[in-house]
Design a binder for this molecule. Sequence first.
Ligand code: UGA
Length: 476
Amino acid sequence: MRITLIGCGYVGLVTGACFAELGHEVVCTDSDRERIAKLKAGSVPIYEPYLDNLLSANCRARRLSFTDDAGEAVRAGDIIFICVGTPPLETGDADLSAIDSVARLIALEAQTPKLVVEKSTVPAQTGQQLKRALGLYRGGNGVQFRVASNPEFLREGTAVQDFLHPDRIVVGVEDQGTESVLREIYRPILEGKFRCPMHTTGCLDARSVELVITTINSAELIKHASNSFLAMKISYANVIADLCEKVDADIHEVTRAMGMDPRIGAAFLNAGLGFGGYCLPKDVQAFIRLAERCGVDAGLLREIERVNKRRVDQFFEKVGQGLWVVKGKRVGLLGLAFKPNTDDIRFAPSLEVVRRLIADGAQVCAYDEQAMGKFSAVFPEVVCQQSPYEVADGADALLVLTESPEFSQLDWGRIYKMMARPLVIDGRNLLDPASMNEIGFEYYGFGCRRQSSAPTPMPAYAAEADVGVRQVSLPS
Ligand code: UGA
């Protein structure tokens, strides 16, 4: 199949690379010429596991190419996937102007019939508007367009895995012909018949996958409803964590037992700093706006957002409890990205944490193997170190902001000896409180039982003496 992809963000790049890997002929374009120039030169603008190799292998095999000539790209494909961004407007609505521009582009440049597929996350009924726009913009030329929706369920950091081994593939269509085309595109995945570039000795979870056929409106709604449900689970777990702290219960014990019920499920019940990133926060907002516009009670959805927005406040209560005075303290951050295995810091809780630490007068240094480059561009004043140990050296507190397994495997005994004060505030409940206390750390997580000797506010040196400070720097 000849496929065109418009939009080379992580969804477009992963989709393009994976379609090519399945044997399709794929052309990708983007309005950002610099991005296309870099991709043509073999440089990948984002960090996503396996993506580099997939892109280079498929470019070499001539199944995948990049062009900044959008008209040429439109003419090259029979099926056009729209993968452009739909960022949040100030109102919380999704900004659909990029979809509108792409509709105009396709209508003006197409010379043969096209199947236009929305992959970007859009509110329900966008497909109808897209169809209307394609008809209007094409003017007098009689090119036929069909429209479909094919939402993506790719998590950053595991996007290639999610694409090739999905839980389901959803396609919203209006006719049998479109369903057949999309079924054909995904056939290797649906039947589990492709050479998996991730698992060269055989995939552990090789299985057939269901192609879920729906209307276009339902497909669009499935995406927003899924992301909002995931966000709801996280906010729910966070409320339970707050309650655990009040009644001296343990969030790990509670969510573990809850998750054993298959009606609830164990995933997405990790309490902490809450959800960030370019998907969940904006999708919940857009879903709220959709419900409001339709006159449907959006109270439940609004509460998800409200709980999430308070997480950084709650984190800072713990910072205040542990550090007492933040001004002049050396604070090390472990993790900056909104989640592990990505360099994406968009809407990451770390941004707000750093803003507040700087405003409070802390000296901040940080480590995140993937995200440090992008982070430094936003906060040049934060010193980024090459290893977690360098961040820990001489620190008055370490704050864990990303649930990276790398941090749970650190030599915490070594870190204990390096820090000026052995204080860890774990925004992702990544570490085991009992083990941390055993080493000697003053440890704070979310919803953990009261194991640490958390001091009630008191004069600085008395409080520090309580928790075993070995090095006190007097203010100059
Ligand atoms: C999310 C969805 O999970 C994907 O299915 C969807 O395709 C994607 O959005 C999208 O719309 O494109 P993603 O944003 O990559 O994927 O990240 P998630 O794994 O959903 O994590 C989002 C945030 O929630 C992270 O900040 C993570 O730290 C946080 N989180 C996750 C928790 O706080 N607790 C949890 O239990 C799980």
